[in-house]
Design a protein around this ligand. Structure first.
Ligand code: ADE
Length: 245
């Protein structure tokens, strides 16, 4: 997968290249990320990329010309037009379904805005989709773009080992994750649930699934409501509620 990011702060993306699974994805070449600074496409004397808003008010607005020129430079490099995503709090809130849909694209362009936002005419003509990472405001789209890249990268073939498989991620089945434990079996009087020490793989799988259902019921009833639970799932959940609540 290729991702081009249009950003005034390309250096921020070094954090992705240097650490953990994202770093490994770059090393393997499973994911190629290029950054483009729109300042380089600004043809005015001061290389400015923003201007005062029409109608007045505080802050600055990112101008059309340097952003459009940057996008055109990226499109000129490829035969198939890449999907262009603008990260902003006005976008549709990112979820696992959007991540899996976008992960199937061979090439994406992410536009990270700064200041009060981007001139609407760029959004109207040059952007395919607007995406938010949550109902709060960041000082720019860079961190949001990195969140999206991290989530996308997990779905690229060969990036995760078996142990880290996306199939085991929370939300890959639409549920929150079950709790996890490691050694020692007892610490400061806190014991690991005995079934996890039993070696009974079917019982362990059942316990994990039951706790995934239970955690989702407890913490995200909105998520559970959107799923159609089978009768056996409902029984497992009722049993969780009787036993653990
Ligand atoms: N830019 C600023 N805030 C944002 C958010 N919540 N999501 C995506 N991009 C943003």
């Amino acid at each position: 997968m290729r991702i081009d990011v249009v950003t005034l702060f390309p250096g921020m993306f070094d954090a992705l290249l240097d650490y953990g699974i994202t770093g490994r994805a770059f090393d393997q070449g499973s994911l190629v990320v290029n950054t483009w600074n729109p300042r380089e496409a600004a043809d005015n004397r001061h290389r400015s990329v923003d201007d005062r808003p029409y109608g007045g008010g505080p802050g600055m607005v990112m101008s059309v010309a340097p952003l459009r020129a940057t996008l055109q430079r990226i499109h000129a490099q490829t035969q198939q037009r890449a999907r262009v995503i603008y990260l902003s709090p006005q976008g549709a809130v990112l979820n696992q379904a959007t991540v899996t849909r976008l992960a199937a694209e061979p090439h994406l362009i992410l536009l990270a805005g700064r200041y009060e936002g981007v001139d609407q005419r760029l959004l109207d003509r040059d952007i395919d989709e607007e995406c938010s990472i949550g109902d709060y405001v960041l000082s720019g789209g860079e961190l949001a773009a990195m969140v999206l890249i991290d989530a996308l990268m997990r779905w690229q073939p060969g990036v995760l080992g078996d142990a880290e498989s996306v199939q085991q991620d929370s939300f890959s089945h639409g549920l929150l994750d079950h709790p996890h434990y490691t050694r020692p079996a007892c610490i400061d009087g806190q014991a690991v649930p005995p079934v996890l020490l039993s070696g009974d793989h079917a019982a362990i799988a059942r316990w994990r699934y039951q706790h995934a259902l239970g955690q989702t019921w407890l913490r995200r009833p909105d998520v559970l409501q959107r799923l159609s639970l089978q009768p056996q799932d409902k029984r497992l959940l009722n049993d969780f509620i009787d036993k653990f609540i």
